[in-house]
Design a protein around this ligand. Structure first.
Ligand code: EPZ
Length: 419
């Protein structure tokens, strides 16, 4: 098990380029299964979740080859329709093959993901939506079993679930009739998936809005696509700049995908300059306390909640962070509390009383974003912080340590001698 060791107090400045969005790349890989032939995805991040999704695709009979940051996916022949529990348990996003297997084969057998460190990760909205599309679904022995293709219908999501919207988008692309998804998720990764599906011959309107219309077609053909920049990876480095001085410039993503986050960073007193594909953040004196409530896009992203809590932990006053998307995403608060932060959890509210500074300590990554936020806390803490369980971080951040070092951070990875 490796750890990240951070020595706090160093000012950060410089430029960092983010990679392709993890939460788009994984779904684009699943979408490639919809078309017999070879699809190419560019700007794919080199992270462990992509490696796991490659295993899922190969388990289904596709061939996946990586060349630098491009993936060549040959889905000519699929030999199965099952996403096994051991792979889904490794990465819940594997459930996004459900929609593409229904579209391509009219058949899918996908393990239910089960819970994780941030919540129950249910799939009832996926199941209800597919059923409304005319797909026969049964759930037994921990698996979702689907038979048949979409026959067109209007599906109203009870919650704008990102994963459910994506599965329904992929299933409805190959089928009969017109499907309308109401109360659809609007995250930029949804529009990115729709762009790829349209390039493959799908007929989709309204992706990125709450109402998406899909005209089912008989089949799709392979295509090439470049993954959009990772807005959450970008936001993570921008918070590092707001914490440690900056100016830190982040390039390689669309700043419009972080609107509310940039507004909130400005509200804390940070100087934020926005360019076409770049944002520069600089700390200007004390960090002002700012309340945040996470919501589906375009609201404040839940995936930036822990990083923002790190900023609020040393703000010049009290703030409240409300987590409305996941039911258990405050485990990070217990860990940053060990570094001297004053955070009290009251249901889905975190009451944060700003302290003058944090002190370095051994802490444990609870999950992907909390782990990254603990490293950020170490950057600004007095002394040394050792972050363990960094496999969580490596799921979604390529070269996290080298990119922070390039900004001037004193941070390195230590491989534990003993497992
Ligand atoms: C995606 O998860 C992202 N993961 C998450 O990022 C992100 O936090 C989330 O969207 C919200 O933006 C990937 O894209 C791989 P949801 P997803 O379905 O699709 C409940 C990260 O750190 N729900 O919008 O699972 C669910 O329990 C990860 O990169 C149901 O109740 O998110 C949760 O409370 C973490 N029933 C809420 O909705 C369902 O059928 C949001 O889930 C589906 C979801």
């Amino acid at each position: 098990m490796s750890s990240i060791v951070v020595t706090g107090g160093r000012p950060l400045s410089g430029e960092v380029r983010v990679g392709g969005a993890k939460n788009s790349a994984l779904k684009l890989m699943a979408a490639a299964l919809l078309a017999p032939g070879v699809s190419t995805l560019r700007n794919v991040p080199d992270i462990s979740d992509v490696a796991v999704m490659s295993q899922v695709l190969e388990h289904l009979g596709a061939k996946v080859e990586r060349a630098d940051h491009s993936l060549r996916i040959d889905a000519t022949t699929l030999t199965g329709h099952e996403a096994p529990y051991e792979l889904v348990a490794l990465m819940r996003a594997s459930t996004c093959v459900l929609g593409s297997l229904v579209g391509r084969l009219g058949r899918a057998h996908v393990a239910m993901p089960g819970g994780c460190n941030i919540g129950s990760r249910k799939v009832d909205i996926h199941i209800h939506g597919l059923t409304q599309l005319g797909v026969q679904i049964t759930t037994e022995h921990g698996f979702i079993d689907a038979t048949g293709r979409a026959t067109g219908s209007t599906v109203s999501l009870e919650f704008p679930s990102v994963g459910a919207t994506e599965n329904l988008l992929m299933a409805a692309s190959v089928g009969q009739g017109t499907t309308v998804i109401d109360n659809a998720a609007r995250e930029p990764e949804i529009a990115d998936l729709a762009h790829f599906l349209v390039a493959m011959g799908a007929r989709i309107d309204g992706a990125g809005t709450p109402t998406i219309t899909i005209e089912g077609v008989s089949g799709l053909h392979p295509a090439e696509h470049t993954v959009i920049g990772d807005r959450i990876e970008a936001g993570t480095y921008l918070v590092a700049g707001a914490l440690c001085g900056g100016p830190v410039t982040v390039v390689g993503f669309d700043p419009r995908h972080l609107d509310i986050v940039l507004t909130k960073l400005r509200d804390t007193g940070a100087a934020v300059e926005v360019g076409a594909e770049r944002v520069t953040v600089r700390r200007v004196g004390a960090i002002r306390p700012v309340d945040v409530a996470t919501l589906p896009y375009p609201g404040f992203p839940t995936d930036m909640q822990a990083q923002f809590m790190t900023l609020m932990a040393i703000a010049d006053g009290d703030s409240v962070i409300t987590e409305n998307v996941f039911e258990n995403r405050f485990m990070f608060a217990d860990e940053i509390g060990r570094m001297g932060a004053d955070v009290r959890i009251d249901g889905h509210h975190a009451l944060i009383r700003g302290v003058p500074g944090l002190s370095g300590a051994p802490v444990r990554s609870p999950e992907l974003r909390g782990g990254a936020a603990l490293v950020l806390a170490g950057l600004v803490a007095e002394g040394e912080t050792v972050v363990t369980d960094i496999h969580h971080i490596e799921r979604g951040y390529e070269d996290f340590v080298p990119r922070l070092r390039a900004l001037g951070a004193s941070v390195h990875i230590v491989d534990e001698l003993f497992e």
